[in-house]
Design a protein. Structure first.
Length: 153
């Protein structure tokens, strides 16, 4: 995350004309990185997409750390999209439900989230189905929160 924050983002900003529309997206272990980033550096991005996040390992420690870190997300409006394949196993599904429960009980008012289950999708199929849904929901969030920039993004 430090590399992204201190090298990747500044480099991209120095080379391209950008707006404030930053989204971090990840699948499986990358989804866990998304969960970690939103609770440790919530200001780094506006949108966070976690597709079938690997939250089940080490007795769902990712869920516990996510729940503990949610109070750190107060401030600017943030959006999180979570998705899970409908055919994923019970361990993965249990941890996913733990993430949803954490959001329901511990997320601050500025934290907006949506989630979906991709019918009959296995772990590796879920992102293909979920990416368009996540983008649509994120754009609705930006419209509702009136954070669309002058160029419409």
């Amino acid at each position: 995350m430090k590399f992204i924050e201190t090298e990747v983002i500044p480099y991209i900003e120095s080379k391209y004309s950008l707006n404030d529309n930053r989204v971090l997206s990840g699948f499986s272990a990358g989804g866990s990185f998304v969960l970690y980033t939103i609770v440790t550096k919530p200001q780094l991005f506006n949108g966070y997409f976690a597709f079938s996040p690997a939250a089940w390992y080490d007795a769902s420690i990712v869920v516990d750390e996510f729940k503990k870190g949610l109070p750190n997300t107060t401030g600017k409006p943030l959006f999180m999209y979570l998705s899970l394949g409908g055919a994923e196993n019970k361990i993965i599904t249990g941890s996913f439900n733990g993430l949803l429960s954490a959001i329901k009980t511990h997320a601050p008012l500025n934290f907006y989230s949506k989630y979906s289950y991709s019918d009959n999708a296995e772990h590796v199929e879920n992102p293909y189905i979920s990416v368009p849904k996540a983008l649509k929901e994120y754009y609705k969030f930006r419209e509702e929160k009136n954070i669309i920039s002058a160029n419409g993004y």
